[in-house]
Design a protein around this ligand. Structure first.
Ligand SMILES: [Fe+2]
Length: 287
């Protein structure tokens, strides 16, 4: 199969790309952005339900019961609500009758990558990147979800190869003729996702260490945070195993300017505590 033959508009996907794209294009610096966010959420029962459930959960609850989307937005903030709406629109990525190994290597890996990426943004005091880091981590392997939707039995063959030690992109090229990064980038263009997501979907390996020219500082940090989280997730056992991964992780620690306390936090403390992490537990149960 050649990538140019893939018509993403005709492919049945377990996510709602138009809604995800609309959400990503909203800006939080005007009343219009807030109103549009509310409109998108209210138009979709599944999104509204998830948001009210999340807003009243111990993780997000502010004490009083929240019954309207408008109040949820004003209490939790535009960015948090937009993240939750994006999660709801990509929920099918984690369900849709997927087989156990796909859930392990792709779905669970995605959630954990999002959780780690958010945590890194918090640790590095990049407050404005927290939500994007989470969404970026959650969606970075969207290409794998697309490929699995295009041809599930071929994707099972990919996973067989991965289990024998072949890297994902190489196995995908062997079976499909293109990788999840290639199709992820094509998807980002087809759906008009913001440029930063085009980078995240196509560049989340070692290539994230040498970002393309013209990339601004905060996009570079975001791409590297997601790539670092991607490797850490695999180190922690969520995703396909990869040997010698510590070496790669240290390169990202360097690129992100992490001090030695933060490095050891991610190599030991955080690693041990992730099964108890409140974000991880919350998203694993709602997804
Ligand atoms: Fe990944």
């Amino acid at each position: 199969m050649s990538i140019s033959q893939v018509d993403l508009r005709q492919t049945r996907l377990p996510i709602q790309p138009q809604i995800i794209s609309a959400l990503m294009q909203l800006t939080d610096d005007s009343e219009v952005g807030f109103r549009d966010l509310e409109k998108i959420i209210k138009a979709d029962e599944n999104i509204s339900t998830l948001i009210l459930k999340a807003a009243n959960s111990p993780l997000y609850s502010r004490g009083k019961e929240i019954r309207s989307i408008q109040i949820a937005i004003s209490l939790l903030g535009f960015r948090v609500i937009r993240t939750l709406a994006t999660v709801a629109s990509s929920q099918g990525m984690f369900q849709s009758g997927n087989y156990a190994r796909f859930r392990k290597y792709v779905s669970e890996h995605a959630v954990i990558t999002g959780v780690i990426a958010r945590s890194i943004a918090v640790k590095l005091k990049l407050k404005n990147l927290e939500e994007d880091a989470f969404v970026g981590g959650l969606l970075h392997d969207l290409g794998k979800v697309i490929m699995n939707s295009l041809d599930r039995s071929h994707y099972i063959e990919v996973i067989h190869l991965v289990e024998r030690g072949v890297p994902f992109s190489q196995a995908e090229k062997q079976i499909f003729g293109f990788s999840h990064r290639d199709i992820g980038e094509k998807a980002a263009m087809t759906w008009n996702l913001p440029q930063i997501y085009r980078w995240i979907l196509s560049t989340h390996g070692l290539d994230a260490l040498t970002p393309p020219e013209g990339m601004d500082e905060s996009s570079r940090a975001l791409v590297q945070i997601v790539a670092c989280a991607n490797y850490l997730a695999r180190l922690y056992g969520y995703g396909a195993p990869l040997s010698g991964i510590e070496h790669e992780i240290s390169k990202f620690f360097d690129a992100l300017g992490m001090d030695s306390d933060t490095r050891s936090f991610y190599l030991s403390e955080f690693r041990e505590n992730i099964p108890k992490d409140e974000f991880y537990n919350f998203f694993i149960t709602i997804l």
